[in-house]
Write a protein that binds this ligand. Structure first.
Ligand SMILES: [Zn+2]
Length: 600
């Protein structure tokens, strides 16, 4: 069922009808009145604020037989054709589905022909940021030398994705979110015209939930009328349009408690309106995160700040941010999968309802590297590197290593079955962040003796030479001392130096971190498997490399020559890129399955 009845029926047909965008309509009407009409305009703004509507009115104003006029007559052949959406010379293109270079090439051919009946051939290109790079380049040629009879009207929700070369050839008009009081006034007019007798406060409540979008407001009003008839109440609003704050809160609670059945039922109730459901959830999540960081009373929080803050504290920032990221990705994917929105939303929510955020091996490595860097940096009396942003539960870290032993067996049966002697060891005290949640034992509840640390931390397989910092006999507060006295190995010192470089030259630090490091005398050689043009640029920057060299000097206590070389790729299997990674692989008895390179 389509809920665009009111939005279509009450779509503005003149500049005067446009609500809340007076600055834009005045500017366009002025341009027509003074006959200084540009050949390309770009309307930018959030969804539902009137970008394409403004473009259509502008096209009509340009082509009206009485014009060009700021006030199109609405009765001439051109105006009627425009309003009916069948004007041959006003061509609307959705760049989201016609984003290729071929479409732009055929557009360029058509552009050269004179208009069929109207004064101007007007191209309205919606979601222009979705065009491919090649398509933008092809379009640019037309924008540079446009025929006098052609006007381009672009619309985008994401101005930053439109290349500067295009922007510089357009007049950019920014439409703001429409103020709630303007939306309320318009809804009051519409309800009066439709003989809807809503409870007091209904229209302002709809306006408050529409986040500045008139189309969303009218769509919500449509749903409300379809469900509640011609006398909708405030209570009815909660039952439509993403459920409103109460419905969103319930969804979040279902996610947190892993109530998958309830989640699926909610999605089914919102069939056909999955976009609104996701938008509503995103808004609620955002407010929950804001409430957590800025306090429940922050004016940035939309909705019940107290309830959101309580919820956010219970769930934790890491999980909320994970949800937010995944839902944003789902929202993006929904654009490319028309008809599959329901399945996409269902699968995402089922995934997010898992009790724990998955930690990957890369994340574990990152934390270990940061820890190592901090230990190494202590030698050079340098400040410790930044702690990892997201705390990871100890059990999750262990579970994500493919071949790591799950937990130290403590029952007699398990001990006798173990091939190598394994003993529980205490966690190193220098863990950079406390675990977010209490670790859960992975193995089925073993019998606990008082002496057994519970729950058991991940225990490495038996090793010939235990490192001093994991020696069980060491008191936690002495853990740092042996590490601090030990001169850093090349890989340790290098990691520590990179932690220092990170602050000033993050790209360089990320690049060097990919390398395998060896030391020969006072020369430190970093071998990189791939060096592309961008990398080369970083490495040729003498000031950046100077930062790296002085960091090395700080850590190693002596001046070292830093040489970066390109290494040959040996074999297809990923292998440890440095001694430290090799040590980690050895420590967990694992192997590297995948190497993901990340660059900030
Ligand atoms: Zn007209």
């Amino acid at each position: 069922m389509s809920y665009l009845v009111l939005a279509r029926k009450y779509r503005p047909r003149t500049f005067a009808d446009m609500v809340g965008q007076e600055a834009i309509t005045r500017l366009l009407a002025g341009a027509i009145g003074e006959n200084r009409i540009g050949h390309a305009y770009l309307f930018s703004g959030p969804r539902g604020t009137g970008k394409t509507t403004t473009a259509r009115i502008f096209a009509k104003a340009l082509n009206c037989e009485q014009g060009p006029t700021p006030e199109p007559c609405g009765t001439c052949a051109r105006c009627v054709a425009c309003d009916a959406g069948n004007e041959l010379d006003v061509i609307e293109i959705d760049a989201a589905s016609n984003n290729g270079v071929d479409h732009v090439r055929s557009l360029r051919e058509q552009v050269s022909y004179a208009p069929a009946a109207a004064r101007f051939k007007v191209y309205i290109i919606d979601e222009v940021h979705m065009m491919s790079k090649g398509a933008f380049n092809a379009l640019l040629k037309t924008l540079e030398e446009p025929p006098a009879h052609v006007k381009f009207l672009f619309a985008t929700t994401e101005l930053h994705k439109v290349p500067d070369t295009i922007l510089s050839r357009c007049q950019v008009l920014r439409l703001s979110p429409i103020k709630p009081e303007h939306i309320t006034r318009r809804l009051d007019q519409v309800f009066e015209a439709e003989a809807i007798r809503a409870e007091a406060g209904v229209t302002s409540e709809i306006a408050a939930r529409s986040r500045g979008g008139m189309r969303d407001a009218l769509s919500l009003a449509d749903q409300l009328i379809a469900m509640a008839g011609d006398a909708p109440t405030l209570a009815d609003i909660d039952r439509v349009g993403g459920g409103g704050p109460a419905g969103q809160m319930a969804l979040l609670e279902h996610l947190a408690s892993g109530a998958r059945g309830a989640l699926l039922e909610r999605v089914a109730e919102q069939a056909g309106r999955e976009g609104e459901l996701v938008d509503g959830l995103l808004g609620a999540l955002r407010s929950a995160i804001v409430a957590l960081h800025c306090g429940a009373g922050s004016p940035l929080v939309e909705g019940d700040g107290e309830a959101l803050a309580r919820f956010a504290e219970g769930v934790g920032a890491a999980r909320l941010e994970w949800w937010l990221g995944e839902l944003l990705r789902t929202k993006d994917r929904m654009r490319f999968a028309p008809g599959l929105e329901g399945i996409l939303v269902e699968s995402t929510l089922l995934d997010l309802a898992r009790p724990e955020e998955p930690a990957d091996f890369g994340e574990l490595l990152e934390r270990l590297t940061a820890l190592e860097a901090r230990l190494g940096a202590a030698t050079g009396a340098a400040p410790p590197g930044p702690a990892p942003a997201r705390p990871v539960g100890a059990d999750r870290g262990a579970a994500s290593v493919p071949t790591a032993p799950a937990a130290a067996p403590t029952s007699a049966a398990a001990s006798s079955a173990a091939p190598a002697p394994v003993r529980p060891q205490p966690q190193p005290a220098a863990s950079p962040e406390p675990a977010a949640q209490a670790p859960r034992p992975v193995a089925p509840a073993p019998a606990k003796s008082p002496a057994t640390p519970a729950p058991a931390p991940p225990a490495p397989a038996a090793r010939a030479e235990p490192e001093p910092e994991t020696e069980p006999a060491a008191e936690p507060e002495h853990v740092l001392e042996p590490a601090a006295r030990r001169p850093p190995s090349p890989s340790e010192g290098f990691a520590a130096a990179l932690a220092l470089v990170e602050n000033q030259r993050p790209s360089l630090a990320a690049l060097l971190r990919r390398g395998r490091v060896t030391r020969e005398g006072d020369r430190l050689t970093v071998a990189l498997i791939e060096i592309d043009a961008e990398d080369r640029h970083l490495l040729d920057d003498t000031r950046s490399m100077g930062v790296a060299r002085s960091a090395l000097e700080q850590v190693f206590g002596e001046r070292l020559d830093l040489v970066v070389v390109q290494a040959d790729r040996r074999g297809e299997e990923p292998e440890p890129t440095d001694g430290f990674t090799a040590e980690v692989v050895d420590l967990f008895g694992g192997r590297i399955e995948d190497v993901r390179r990340s660059r900030p």
